[in-house]
Design a protein around this ligand. Structure first.
Ligand code: IPM
Ligand code: MN
Length: 330
């Protein structure tokens, strides 16, 4: 049976890189039925809608979603990010944002092989807060961080399960427990309790600021990392920067319980400055598609796509030329 895949190209270079990822998936011989959705800035500007309920319900029934990028300078910040991307993550209960990083030794460091498990439905992204006396000199803006025991624990358990399957079997909690004494305490206590169920996994704790230094200078100390939504957002851009560039950084917004589809997207954004120039590297989108194939149980195809991307290293050219080069190497 064909996998029914929702395609949301989105904004900026999103549609360009998703087209290449789809090309590679097809070249890998995987049977997919594409269900395209016209969502993003253009649709919002022409029709005033971001994610109609009927379309969300249609997406809910799919096997997976491939997403390009969300956000354009033509639309005020937050409208598309909250209304489309975060709404999909939250509504589809994609509570893990899985972001792997791999790189050969370089001038920067001795090589990278780590995976960030970013909590994806809570924290400061939950949208708690508001204004009081907006626009006056007495204005107050609050932005709360929501951390539930349930949400924190399921994310931490996923990270321990993952670490347990890897050779190094090492999991680091990254937070800021010395300042965020409420949410940090909940994360640390939950981490310590869950750790008792995984005697084979060694653990560590790093503050987020220190982790930024280690990411650059000594990423070899990391295997699996678990962290909250905002720290994970920032740390994974850094992860991309220290492992071959953001053009290689892939991600999966996973619903590990499979109560809804998972969604696969490059970590990079819509890059409006290079739209239509052919400068966008489609590799991050292609590797995200390989993660999708793994999640769908197409292990052989996923591995072939990963190998083809690796074999395309050094190939330069336009977005479509790189996509073709990967497809040819399958
Ligand atoms: C990411 C992006 C999003 C995020 C934005 C576009 C809302 O930066 O996937 O990392 O902050 O999660
Ligand atoms: Mn980000």
């Amino acid at each position: 049976m064909a996998h029914r895949i929702g395609i949301i190209g989105g904004d900026g270079i999103g549609p360009e890189v998703v087209a290449e990822a789809l090309k590679v998936v097809r070249a890998a011989g995987v049977d997919v039925e594409e269900v395209a959705f016209d969502l993003g800035g253009a649709r919002y500007l022409s029709e005033g809608v971001v994610l109609p309920d009927e379309e969300l319900e249609a997406i809910r029934e799919l096997d997976a979603v491939m997403l390009g990028a969300v956000g354009t300078p033509d639309v005020p910040p937050g409208v598309l990010e909250r209304g489309l991307l975060l709404r999909l993550r939250f509504e589809l209960d994609q509570y893990v944002n899985l972001r792997p990083f791999r790189a050969e030794p370089s001038a920067l460091n001795d090589g990278v092989d780590m995976v960030v498990v970013r909590e994806n439905t809570e924290g400061i992204y939950a949208g708690e807060g508001g204004f009081l006396r907006k626009g006056t000199p007495e204005e107050i803006a609050t932005q709360g961080s929501v951390n539930t025991r349930h949400g924190v624990e399921r994310c931490i358990r996923y990270a321990f399960d993952l670490a347990n399957t890897r050779d190094a079997k090492h999991l680091t909690l990254v937070h800021k427990t010395n300042v965020l004494t409420f949410s940090g305490d909940l994360w640390q206590r939950t981490f310590d309790e869950v750790a008792a169920d995984y005697p084979a996994v060694t653990t560590a704790y790093h503050h987020i600021d220190a982790a930024c230094i280690y990411f650059v200078e000594d990423p070899g100390r990391y295997d699996v990392i678990v962290t909250d939504n905002l720290f994970g957002d920032i740390l994974t851009d850094l992860g991309g920067a220290v492992s071959g560039g953001i053009g290689r950084a892939a991600s999966g917004n996973l619903n590990p319980d499979r109560t809804g589809p998972s969604m696969f997207e490059p970590v990079h954004g819509s890059a409006p400055d290079i739209v239509g120039t052919g400068k966008a590297d489609p590799r991050a989108a292609v590797i995200s598609a390989a993660m999708m194939l793994q999640f769908l149980g197409e292990h052989d195809a996923a591995e072939r796509v990963e190998k083809a991307v690796a074999a395309s290293e050094g190939v330069t050219g336009t977005t479509t030329e790189i996509g073709d080069a990967i497809a040819e190497r399958l």
